[in-house]
Design a protein around this ligand. Structure first.
Ligand code: HEC
Length: 154
């Protein structure tokens, strides 16, 4: 093999190594972040639910299949914002923002997601990165609703 073609080969190898490094440092899209909330938030949220929401909603309405298909795989912001801007139906927006956050944490807990020491953040941008992963629903945040998995029993 001539010195020329050897140099050619090592150039190619170098290029491959560089491109490989660039790709691997750029490609991974930010992975959906695990949702967090504290026991304190959920406990306060449970009290809000009992005093405000229970008038119209049973707890099981917040964990059933319709609920999971509607909200599973989406940023928790969507659920928070829906509740904050439309609930209670008799007085949308009438609770404090922190109460809306707490009641959202409570709904997350009702759906079997474990509490941790990191609170559900009071920050819209952060809430948009936290995907609500619910039983039986594939997290696929950007899929149109019609294309998302529906449980076979429906
Ligand atoms: C006065 C009755 C009433 C109260 C109180 C009330 N809701 Fe609702 N809620 C409704 C009605 C009616 C709907 C469905 C109609 C609609 O789509 O707006 C609904 C819909 C919802 C939904 C959407 C359900 C889904 O699967 O898409 C959520 C979540 C929700 N409520 C949460 C709450 C929470 C949390 C509270 C307490 C802070 C609350 N609601 C208080 C009447 C109420």
């Amino acid at each position: 093999m001539s010195a020329m073609s050897l140099r050619g080969i090592s150039l190619v190898a170098l290029l491959v190594a560089c491109v490989g490094r660039t790709l691997s440092s750029q490609t991974p899209a930010p992975a959906p972040t695990t949702i967090t909330y504290t026991d304190e938030q959920a406990t306060r949220g449970g009290a809000v639910f009992s005093s405000v929401c229970l008038e119209c909603h049973a707890r099981k309405d917040m964990t059933n299949e319709d609920f999971r298909v509607a909200w599973g795989g989406r940023p928790v912001f969507d659920l928070f914002e829906r509740i904050r801007t439309t609930m209670p139906e008799s007085g949308p927006g009438s609770l404090r923002r922190s109460e809306y956050l707490d009641v959202t944490a409570y709904l997350v807990q009702l759906n079997g997601i474990a509490a941790s020491t990191t609170p559900l953040p009071d920050d819209d941008a952060a809430l948009k990165t936290l995907v609500l992963t619910l039983r039986g629903v594939i997290p696929w945040v950007h899929a149109p609703r019609s294309a998302r998995l529906r449980p076979a029993s429906r």
